[in-house]
Design a protein around this ligand. Structure first.
Ligand code: ADP
Ligand code: MG
Length: 324
């Protein structure tokens, strides 16, 4: 299609990797999977007005489209290697504006790709309502990938970083109040999430189950419970919340954002109780704290205990209003 645009993307995302035998420019990329590794692959699509607000900065979009995919690789304990990018942009309008959009998008993408040595090896460019799909490929030793299945009664439930920031940032953008340093921090957590790649690698052979929190803690931990055939009990007093979140919202709202807000891209994982302290110390050394938030039990589903010790009633559970 628009070769000039593709060239501009290629220039901005260049990355020297021996395993890319042929990158952008031919009908398909040629890639060499290192011997003795399994390929972990994932794809995520972001549609304007559905997954991001209409006036989102192109550079933020480029970053986030890659971040949400790297987060999926992190959740599997895979090392990122390659990506494909399908970009759908409105036709017409002024060509210079489109060029500027692509330049800024590619710069945001590259900013995150570079530290992970991730190579953009191809993609597709089409016209239509603004939408971005990124597919990523990573490596993992055979049989060592982290999965949603594997949590056992007695395991500790842990989560990296802090929860609820992104949902609070979105709330501020939509309802006003997105001024000042604390608000900037929350909006940044929404627009430029940090995929926990190093943490995912450190959890290999140690976490019994793992996923990334994209739809909200309760919903996503529920996926671990279903896949593992267990239940989980969460202590809302233990939910890690940023000082920005607690500074701008009352306790009840902060708890609801942490339990039900999407777009956190933190890792939620389970570890045998005997290893929890050691795993926590190792993740702290990697610069991404991990908090114990509860435990795995026999049964099914996720229950949340409030600060007063009583179980939160499902009907009253504040995170319901985040459901579609
Ligand atoms: P084809 O018609 O054979 O599918 P295209 O003209 O769509 O090829 O693309 C030409 C080359 O540019 C291919 O190598 C393709 O992977 C790459 N490419 C196209 N769009 C993008 C994009 N948005 N990002 C990265 N690479 C792209
Ligand atoms: Mg072709």
């Amino acid at each position: 299609m628009e070769f000039r645009l593709i060239d501009r993307i290629r220039e901005r995302t260049a990355q020297g990797r021996d395993d890319v035998r042929l990158g952008i420019g031919d009908d398909a990329a040629l890639l060499a999977v290192p011997e003795g590794q399994e390929l972990a692959v994932a794809i995520d699509t972001m549609v304007e007005g559905v997954h991001f607000l209409r006036d989102t900065a192109p550079a933020d979009l480029g970053w986030k489209a890659l971040a949400v995919n790297l987060s999926d690789l992190a959740a599997m304990g895979a090392t990122p290697a390659w990506a494909l990018l399908a970009l759908t942009m409105p036709r017409g309008g002024d060509a210079q504006a489109r060029q500027r959009f692509v330049d800024e998008f590619a710069e945001g993408f590259a900013r995150l790709a570079q530290p992970h040595r991730l190579a953009l090896v191809g993609g597709d460019t089409t016209s239509g309502p603004l939408a971005v799909s990124v597919a990523v490929h990573g490596f993992v030793p055979p049989g060592k990938a982290l999965r949603r299945a594997g949590a056992k009664p007695g395991d500790v439930v842990m989560v990296t970083g802090t929860l609820g920031d992104a949902a609070a940032g979105l709330h501020l953008l939509q309802h006003g109040g997105a001024d000042g340093m604390l608000a900037d921090y929350l909006v940044e957590r929404l627009q430029r999430p940090t995929p926990r790649v190093a943490a995912g690698l450190a959890l290999r052979e140690r976490a019994s189950a793992c996923l990334d929190v994209s739809d909200g803690l309760v919903a996503d931990l529920g996926h671990i419970c279903t896949a593992s055939g267990v239940g989980a009990e969460i202590e809302s007093a233990l939910l890690p919340r940023s000082s920005a979140l607690l500074g701008l919202f009352d306790d009840g709202s902060a708890r609801d954002f942490a339990l039900g807000g999407g777009d956190d891209y933190e890792l939620c994982f389970t570890v045998p109780a005997a290893r929890a302290a050691e795993v926590q110390a190792d993740l702290a050394r990697l610069g991404c704290g991990a908090a114990r938030i509860g435990r795995i039990v026999e049964g099914e589903g996720v229950r949340v205990r409030g600060e007063d010790g009583a179980w939160l009633e499902p009907a009253r559970q504040g995170w319901d209003h985040f459901a579609a």
